[in-house]
Write a protein that binds this ligand. Structure first.
Ligand code: ADP
Ligand code: MG
Length: 477
């Protein structure tokens, strides 16, 4: 019997705000432990929370980006539980009346456009961090993270494989960066995900019982954890057993999921409305103001780059990695008729350079200088290989330099006088007598090899068309 995996996600996104969700303590990841902690973060008696408008603005923006319904009225709840890194003894969250419901998120999974539905998004605060088992016995508590503004995105159980989840997470991670609401950094915990997994017989109309794998902070591990968990459940069912709703943890070293200790997974949060914060009322014109910050999402840009610009899947992937990259490409290609050389320069040379040097596009300065390099490529004054191999590495250090000047400096300008070719051709033919025989016996593809040799010796100054004619002529003598 064939089983199908069903997955729904709860994703926590830490927001890029200056201060925390309910007080003015700094929201910063890299601070020394327990330095961003006023009496409010520490929950001293008598302290009161105050909403952070930036938290709400970013929340609304995210909801709008996915076509969700922003509620005119919502409120906060208290979720009560005890843990050393939660000084208040409760988390401020939204349970009964989240600020946002519905909507959908599109993404590319193995080349196909998929779409999953959102159940809702809600606002909440993060808890502090416990660092366990230091010297095997100690647990340390860092309260810096307590009160950091979060959004929790809850999807419908619309995923059918670990691969889909991993591809979705990649898109959502880019989207929150595009919108400027989060750095999406999974290693630092600003983007983490709980995966609810169940299995059912193919074609069944009711879902099976689910288990929840907590706190995945890597796309690859999320995929592996889901795949393992689904196989585990299928094995239980095949032996006639039943699945009990359980909270699991993934162990990446062993690549298995294991139940959390029972005590930790049995929840009774006693939610009730937060009495210290007023309800949230959002007017339509406020939403309209926020909507001005919307940008086209990575998946939409990917489609545009594939269809309107005829770029390959891999090129579109690279260009959409960063908002500023795709923005720059659109702007630059709008300024010229034939963008093919620009696309090649930008995607295959400039972006890999930025990645390897860990630089931002802004550090290059005025990007319209790229057009000068494109003009050089199209001018026929230097060969393409000379332009990319010799001129580009010097030019990219300061793109305000005239690429033509660098070409002159390096003596790479193709001379009109191509008489030097004959000597070089003869020289190459004499150096490879065996290859010449092979060519004459019919291995005509070798002409490329001979041309490459001459091109190299000429320092890129040979005119390829003329070289080919002369080369073929010489080889056939
Ligand atoms: P709870 O209120 O107990 O947290 P919800 O019904 O709100 O549960 O669902 C939480 C998450 O679990 C959602 O992401 C949802 O898509 C997912 N989910 C619900 N039922 C299933 C199921 N049968 N299989 C997989 N995921 C599920
Ligand atoms: Mg839940």
């Amino acid at each position: 019997m064939q089983y199908e995996t069903v997955i729904g996600l709860e994703i926590h996104v830490q927001l890029l705000t200056q201060s925390k969700a309910f007080c003015s303590d700094t929201n910063e990841y890299a601070s020394l432990p327990n330095t961003n902690i006023s009496a409010i973060s520490l929950a001293h008696p008598g302290t009161l929370p105050k909403m952070n408008q930036n938290h709400l603005d970013k929340a609304i923006l995210l909801g709008l980006a996915f076509g969700s319904d922003i509620k005119p009225y919502s409120y906060f709840d208290r979720k009560n539980y005890f843990y050393p890194d939660l000084p208040k003894g409760y988390q401020i969250t939204q349970d009964k009346a989240p600020y946002c419901t519905g909507g959908k998120i599109s993404f590319l999974s193995e080349g196909n456009l998929k779409s999953i539905r959102l159940h809702h998004i809600h606002m909440e605060e993060d808890a502090g961090k416990s660092i366990h088992d230091l010297h095997e016995i100690l647990t340390l508590v860092d309260i810096n993270r307590a009160g950091v503004p979060l959004l929790e995105i809850v999807t419908e159980p619309d995923f059918r494989s670990g691969q889909e989840v991993s591809d979705f997470m990649a898109e959502l991670q880019k989207a929150v960066k595009y919108l400027g609401i989060s750095d999406g950094n999974m290693e630092e915990g600003s983007f983490r995900c709980d995966c609810n997994v169940s299995v059912m017989l193919k074609g069944a109309t009711t879902y099976g019982e689910r288990c929840e794998i907590k706190n995945m902070n890597s796309k690859r591990f999320a995929k592996l954890a889901i795949e393992y968990e689904a196989q585990r459940q299928i094995a239980v069912l095949k032996q006639g057993g039943t699945i009990h709703k359980t909270t699991m943890l993934y162990d990446p070293d062993a690549n298995v999921t294991r139940p959390m200790r029972k005590k930790e997974s049995e929840n009774d949060y006693r939610y009730f409305p937060e009495p210290d914060l007023p309800p949230i009322m959002i007017a339509n014109d406020y939403i309209f103001e926020i909507s001005k910050q919307l940008v086209a999402l990575p998946v939409q840009r990917h489609q545009t780059l594939r269809t309107q610009y005829q770029l390959s899947h891999a090129d579109a992937d690279l260009l959409t990695e960063e908002l500023e990259w795709s923005n720059a490409f659109y702007a630059l290609s709008a300024q010229i008729n034939d963008y093919k050389d620009l696309a090649e320069l930008f995607i295959h040379k400039v972006l890999p350079y930025l990645k390897s040097e860990n630089k931002s596009l802004a550090e290059l300065g005025d990007l319209t200088h790229l057009h000068q390099f494109v003009a050089l490529l199209q001018s026929d004054k230097v060969s393409k290989s000379a332009a990319y191999q010799h001129i580009f590495p010097k030019w990219i250090l300061d793109i305000s330099q005239k690429p033509l000047n660098i070409a002159e400096e390096l003596q790479l300008i193709k001379s009109d006088d191509q008489s030097f070719l004959d000597d070089l051709i003869l020289n190459v033919i004499n150096s490879f007598p065996d290859k010449v025989k092979e060519y004459q016996k019919g291995k005509k593809g070798l002409v490329g090899f001979f041309m490459g040799q001459v091109m190299q010796k000429s320092g890129g100054k040979a005119d390829p068309k003329l070289l080919q004619t002369k080369m073929e002529h010489a080889l056939n003598l």
